[in-house]
Design a protein around this ligand. Structure first.
Ligand SMILES: Nc1ncnc2c1ncn2[C@@H]1O[C@H](COP(=O)(O)OP(=O)(O)OP(=O)(O)O)[C@@H](O)[C@H]1O
Length: 316
């Protein structure tokens, strides 16, 4: 668990605090996405967890311990850190990059080699093809995967991710968010993710914490945030696409019915998002798609998109 208690950070000479009296808890095994306008204090918040930045007041607790009392080097060895552009060592092979922390920890060579291959496998890179390449011989998305593999190599309970997919093209980004999100959930890592991308925050965050001018405005599950934004700022931040965002979070199996359909209808996987089902319907003109032995209808998609009556966006 990561907990911020009344945390304040004011940089020297700054007119206002970068982070002002922050109270936030990230439960064990969950991902909290920090989002908000540029300069609102997201990265400062993240960097106080691994003591790259020291708070002026308040406490940051990791696993119940105030990080101020933990030696920074020891602390950081227990925390995976993934940055935009990754910061891989350019002259080291992919394998040696992933091996960095286990090597620092003094693991035996055989254990390191085994771990490197397991981590590359985990993030969807065939070890035989990739372990000896240099980072410059990879795509942006592949580099990002290596960055995650490296951060997870020593199995830290906590992962800090600062704009991890910022440099990846949008198509690869969607897949990475889904895949890495699933991996982190399966491994029950406690994660803080800083992002500018509300879609990424909604996809990967069990909770989304929206900041403004150093203050936490709202921290809720994506569903709660979409259903009940705390104020106009949150609502504007979510943008005019709340209905689509809801569809992105719903799975086809959640709204499918048991009605069998003609096999000539286009098919979609039960675990696809309802947004993907809508895209498929729009592309093919079909109003019903085959889902396993049942189906999903345009009507069901429409219903799923509807916001609760008391939501500002559903008024008027
Ligand atoms: N090392 C520093 N020294 C002085 N001021 C800083 C430093 N780092 C950040 N700041 C200031 O603190 C405020 C918060 O910055 P921070 O990087 O935490 O915001 P952010 O929300 O992560 O921004 P972005 O989304 O643009 O990365 C900004 O006004 C920034 O200019």
């Amino acid at each position: 668990m990561i907990r911020f208690e009344g945390v304040v950070k004011r940089y020297p000479g700054a007119a206002s605090a970068a982070v002002a009296s922050l109270d936030l808890t990230v439960e064990e095994g969950t991902t909290c996405a920090l989002i908000g306008p540029s300069g609102c204090g997201k990265s400062t918040t993240l960097r106080m967890v691994n003591r790259l930045v020291e708070p002026d007041a308040g406490r940051v607790l990791v696993g119940g311990r105030d990080v101020a009392g933990i030696d920074p080097v020891t602390l950081r060895r227990g925390i995976g850190y993934v940055l935009q552009g990754v910061g891989l060592f350019p002259h080291r092979s992919v394998g040696r990059n992933v091996a960095a922390v286990p090597a620092l920890l003094g693991w035996k060579r055989a254990r390191i080699l085994e771990r490197v291959d397991a981590m590359l496998d985990l993030v969807g890179l065939d070890p035989a093809l990739y372990r000896d390449r240099r980072p410059s011989e990879l795509s942006g998305g592949q580099r990002q995967r290596v960055g995650v593999a490296r951060a997870l190599a020593a199995d830290p309970p906590i992962l800090l991710m600062d704009e991890p997919f910022g440099a990846v093209d949008p198509v690869a980004r969607d897949r990475l968010q889904d895949e890495i999100g699933a991996i982190l959930r399966n491994l029950r890592k406690t994660v803080i993710l800083v992002t500018h991308d509300i879609g990424e925050a909604m996809r990967m965050g069990d909770r989304v914490a929206l900041m403004r001018d150093g203050h936490l405005v709202q921290a809720d599950t994506p569903e709660q945030l979409l259903a009940a934004p705390a104020d106009d700022f949150v609502e504007n931040f979510l943008g005019g696409t709340r209905a689509l965002r809801r569809l992105e979070r719903l799975r086809v199996r959640d709204i499918a019915d048991a009605q069998t359909t003609a096999p000539s209808h286009p098919a979609i996987a039960p675990e696809a998002s309802v947004r993907e089902a809508l895209d498929r319907m729009l592309a093919t003109g079909a109003t019903r798609l085959v889902v396993g032995s049942g189906s999903v209808t345009l009507d069901a998609v429409r219903k799923a998109a509807q916001l609760p009556k008391d939501c500002p966006e559903s008024r008027g």
